[in-house]
Design a protein around this ligand. Structure first.
Ligand SMILES: Nc1ncnc2c1ncn2[C@@H]1O[C@H](COP(=O)(O)OP(=O)(O)OP(=O)(O)O)[C@@H](O)[C@H]1O
Length: 643
């Protein structure tokens, strides 16, 4: 047993001070949520104790008989509210690591995202999670006393702070395990020192907590405790008894979110395996969605006992945004991660849960398109990962994809593959797409010219994942995907005979020019050819047919070219016709490089030698200027002569 130590003072991490200040101001109008947050922490602590007791049966044995519960009391004279749990508690080190520090992924991004606008920031803070710190919304001093389960009574810890930058820490005697939090209320918060008020707040926000929340009987502090919530696991209750508000509050508890979810599914499965799913689709993406260590959001329970957070066994990576609970009746209570990885029960649950989530998204898309648009904005790029990742559900996922196309009114992805196929032109048998690093590069791309002219819709793909998406989705409803910037332009039945003949004729006519351009460009291109894909531009670059990798990632960073670029020229273009008549090989070479580099730029890629490009371009402009001057001089002379 260690003796009580002297009080030591520590500083909060700088971000905590900033967060506290922001939180107190932004969340004050919603101050009662402090109780929800603290009860949620207490409930998590009890869940963790239960699990620890499964793996360490001797843990705090003498207390295991005692009912696990959360206790909420107030003292009118002392002006305090006290929340006590008999959960796992914290060691001294855990207190230092958890309270007074923010050790979350996404912290930097969170602070960067703050705008100074109180309403917007309140939502961000909510998303980030306020947890313990919300106590300072109503309290100007907080005393936390705790003892970790399994540690001796003398290893209790007392933490105290006024939330202004420092906290005091000392080791104290604490016979009972778990955590007690005393909130010393700020001036003007006395309305909270009221049994009815606290009870109402608990019932509003924490009724779904599966543990009993008890309060001393009204009016007499020492009287008998009464349970003020329902105290049964929400997911185990019949659906008919659960309101939308109950679901929403439960979601906020499991997801540590502030905003209501977009949709939920609640389903009890009975058959070979027995399990319950209560899963939610959030309305906003968490900060760590794109971080390698991104949290998965489903909690595994076995017969209502919390076992562990999912690390990828229950939900695949591409559904990592789903939050909620899966409760199995078939797994052993002492199930380990290793058992989970090779469990038939888990495989079965996972596969049915994935199907149900995809079905939920499909329903949302069909019945509530506005909500689905929100979902897509927040999580669309994550869902796309499912196409290459989940072969067995690929077709279902493909139906959920949304794209911006040449027919979209805005840059918002509003078109499904089903919509695209339904709008296909007569004779069209492919789904055309263009990969471009930005919407502006996509819209201005020369590759779209013929498609615009013929009114054929093209998907505009601009995310890094899209490259991967179209190469792993060979077709949709039997229609193959075809890049508009790859291979020989082939509009199949949509091209009439006259156009085909004109194309062939142009190819023959310009074969000399094509050879001269090839020679001038050397190994910069793998080929030069005439095309019918252009209407207004003189030239463009396309990738060779087998060159599937038009590396969009690299083009987004301003580099990245097809590995075997082909220069295509527009036989109808005045510049091209003029070039065909160019006798000076040096000037032709300058034109060849200028056309080539222009085409590289319209791809959204970077040109190799910008200085040389500028010299060649200026040289050509100068020649043109001189030619114009000469013509003007001649005209002047002619005019003089006439006079
Ligand atoms: N009553 C408690 N008993 C034991 N540990 C606790 C308790 N309250 C908080 N903690 C510990 O402190 C950590 C930080 O708590 P805090 O409420 O700040 O954040 P959180 O619960 O992890 O997430 P969020 O901020 O999203 O609520 C918790 O993860 C937990 O480890």
């Amino acid at each position: 047993m260690s003796a009580p130590t002297q009080q030591e003072t520590y500083s909060f991490q700088a971000e905590v001070v900033q967060l506290l200040d922001l939180m107190i101001h932004s969340l004050y109008s919603n101050k009662e949520i402090f109780l929800r947050e603290l009860i949620s922490n207490a409930s998590d602590a009890i869940d963790r104790l239960r699990f620890a007791q499964l793996t360490e049966p001797g843990l705090d044995k003498d207390e295991t008989e005692e009912e696990l519960r959360i206790h909420v009391a107030f003292d009118k004279d002392a002006r305090t509210i006290t929340i006590t749990d008999n959960g796992i508690g914290m060691s001294r080190q855990e207190v230092m690591d958890n309270i007074g520090t923010i050790a979350k992924s996404g912290t930097r991004e969170f602070f960067q995202a703050l705008t100074g606008d109180q309403r917007k920031d309140a939502t961000l803070i909510g998303q980030f999670g306020v947890g313990f710190y919300s106590s300072f919304i109503v309290a100007d001093r907080v005393t936390l006393t705790t003892r970790r389960a399994g540690q001796a009574a003398g290893e209790g810890v007392r933490w105290e702070s006024d939330g202004r930058g420092e906290y005091a820490l000392e080791t104290v005697e604490r016979p009972q395990r778990g955590t007690e939090l005393v909130l010393h209320l700020r001036e003007g918060e006395d309305d909270l020192l009221n049994h009815h008020r606290l009870r109402t707040i608990i019932q509003k926000y924490s009724d779904h907590i599966s543990l009993p929340i008890v309060m001393p009987a009204d009016g007499e502090e020492a009287g008998e405790d009464t349970v003020v919530n329902r105290g049964s696991a929400l997911w185990a209750r019949p659906k008919s008894e659960i309101s939308d508000a109950d679901y929403n509050e439960f979601y906020k508890h499991v997801a540590h979110d502030f905003t209501d979810p977009l949709a939920h599914l609640h389903s009890k499965m009975e058959g070979t395996y027995e399990y319950t799913l209560l899963l939610f689709v959030p309305a906003t993406a968490p900060f760590d969605l794109w971080m390698p260590e991104a949290r998965h959001g489903v909690k595994l329970h076995v017969q209502r006992v919390f076992i562990m957070d999912d690390t990828g066994q229950l939900m695949p990576n591409y559904l990592r945004f789903v939050r909620g609970v899966i409760d199995s009746a078939d797994l052993p209570l002492n199930v380990s991660r290793e058992i989970l990885q090779s469990s038939r029960v888990v495989d079965n649950i996972r596969s049915s849960a994935v199907k149900k989530v995809l079905r939920l998204l499909k329903d949302l898309a069909e019945k509530e398109p506005e909500k689905y648009a929100t979902f897509w904005r927040e999580f669309g790029d994550v869902l796309k990962e499912g196409v290459p990742e989940d072969y067995s559900n690929r077709d279902e996922i493909a139906k959920l994809l949304r794209f911006t196309t040449t027919k979209s009114a805005t840059d918002e992805p509003d078109t499904s593959l089903g919509d695209y196929v339904a709008r296909m032109k007569e004779g069209q048998d492919k789904i055309y797409y263009l990969l471009a690093p930005t919407p502006a590069a996509a819209k201005g791309s020369p590759h779209l010219e013929i498609f615009r002219k013929k009114g054929i819709e093209v998907l505009l793909l601009g995310q890094a994942i899209d490259n991967w998406l179209v190469t792993s989705l060979p077709d949709f409803e039997g229609k193959r995907f075809q890049s508009v910037a790859q291979g020989v332009s082939d509009l199949g039945a949509m091209e009439d005979e006259t156009e085909k003949e004109a194309g062939e004729k142009a190819g023959t006519e310009l074969s000399g020019l094509v050879e001269r351009l090839k020679k001038a460009l050397g190994d910069k291109v793998s080929d030069v050819r005439t095309t019918n894909r252009l209407t207004t531009s003189p030239a463009c670059i396309v990738a060779d047919e087998p060159d599937l990798e038009m590396n969009l990632m690299r083009r987004m960073q301003g580099s990245g070219m097809p590995s075997r670029p082909i220069l295509e020229i527009n036989p109808e273009h005045t510049l091209v016709r003029r070039l065909d008549r160019e006798a000076d090989e040096q000037r032709l070479a300058d034109w060849a490089h200028v056309l080539y580099n222009q085409s590289v730029l319209t791809l959204g890629a970077r040109i190799e030698d910008p200085a040389e490009f500028v010299v060649r371009l200026n040289g050509l402009l100068l020649t043109l200027a001189e030619e114009t001057e000469d013509t003007e001089d001649t005209e002047d002379t002619d005019a003089d002569a006439e006079e």
